[in-house]
Ligand binder design. Structure first.
Ligand code: DP6
Length: 359
């Protein structure tokens, strides 16, 4: 399987105008993607839960123009023109141009909004790039109506990856693997796939409460972050660790061992931050309240025996993960003991979800 399969044959006819709208969810990695090679190829495989409530909704209107030498588009966030988003979209379009040869034949109006606040510290690049890729695939599907559902999603994930690596895990739900792993059939560096093996009841409807510890702008952009893994003293070991953790998860997801699951997920989160702390330049993205929350979670877990755990993104916010059957008691604990550490008491209740939807 290679990139060539995503280059379409010459189009015979393209529509004059049209509009598509898609919503795509955010996702939270259990085994983290941190480090990439040229062309958005990950250094190690990752696996994530697709979320349900944290979403980006994007509509893409297109009207034919005389073919241009450059891309023609405007972008709006919540109906406000956002010229500062243009360079990122321009880069995305450049990367995907050979796979969607109609791009320079249109003027596009991209209107996007998030269900979560823009400055919440929740990255919108995964859900945003995924929603845009879905809209673009809808245009291709209109041009080539015989495209299968499977090809549509696979190419959407492939394109989304070229916008932002983790975005390729936001096309579908509910558990997605991206990156080649020897023991996961069909896994690819080029796109995300639905996790193909048995998943125990314990992980159905898994809950993720996102504690917004710091809503400020990201201290380190993910591109800068990934680059820190080049020449990193522990990079090679880290990539092996990710392969091993994903390998061990296969058995854990099957037998429903939540304690073993928690150990891997927390170790992954701390390893991700350890990589940032030991790179040059180095960063500490956790805040004092991140650590307060982690310690409270461990204390509560020891005392109550309830299987709550945490994971982190490249920031200070904490994702609290727990099974649906314990949701009542754990949510009570979160409200009583953790919300005090959130900026303005803000948190978002989310759970594992089923992927992008056309609206
Ligand atoms: C820490 O997908 O945002 O969230 O490919 O440069 O756009 P780019 O990076 P991005 O990196 C996400 C890193 C992470 C871990 C993860 O989601 O796997």
């Amino acid at each position: 399987m290679d990139e060539q399969q995503f280059i379409p044959k010459k189009y015979s006819n393209i529509p004059d105008t049209g509009k598509y709208t898609w919503s795509s969810p955010s996702n939270i990695a259990l085994v983290k993607y941190w480090g990439k090679k040229k062309d958005q190829i990950p250094e190690n495989p990752s696996i994530s839960f697709t979320l349900e409530s944290c979403k980006t909704i994007t509509s893409l209107s297109f009207s034919k123009i005389k073919s241009n030498s450059s891309f023609s588009f405007d972008i709006f966030l919540d109906d406000e023109k956002k010229d500062d988003f243009k360079p990122k979209i321009e880069t995305f379009f450049k990367r995907i141009e050979s796979y969607l040869p109609f791009l320079k034949d249109y003027h596009f109006v991209i209107k996007t909004s998030n269900t979560f606040p823009h400055s919440s510290g929740i990255a919108s690049s995964a859900s945003g790039m995924s929603a845009l890729a879905m809209c673009l695939m809808s245009i291709e599907k209109q041009i080539i109506p015989t495209l299968t559902h499977e090809y549509f999603n696979q190419k959407a994930s492939f394109l989304a990856r070229l916008g932002s690596g983790s975005a390729c895990r936001s096309v579908e739900g509910d558990l997605i693997v991206w990156g080649h792993h020897a023991n996961i059939e069909g896994s690819s560096n080029l796109f995300g796939i639905k996790y193909p093996y048995e998943v125990h009841e314990n992980f159905k409807n898994y809950q993720d409460t996102i504690l917004l510890v710091d809503k400020g702008e990201k201290q380190v952009s993910s591109t800068v972050g990934h680059n820190l893994m080049h020449n990193h003293p522990f990079a090679a070991e880290r990539f092996i660790q990710a392969h091993n953790n994903l390998n061990n998860l296969i058995q854990i997801l099957k037998n429903g061992d939540i304690n073993a699951f928690n150990q891997i997920v927390e170790s992954e989160a701390l390893s991700l931050h350890a990589m940032m702390m030991t790179s040059l330049p180095y960063f500490i993205l956790m805040k004092p309240n991140t650590l307060e929350i982690i310690n409270k979670i461990w204390e509560f877990r020891n005392k109550s025996g309830l299987p709550v755990s945490f994971t982190l993104d490249a920031g200070a916010n904490v994702h609290v993960l727990y099974p649906e059957k314990d949701a009542l008691s754990i949510l009570e604990f979160i409200k009583n003991e953790l919300v005090a550490y959130c900026q303005n008491g803000h948190y978002i209740c989310d759970k594992i979800g089923f992927g992008s939807k056309q609206l």
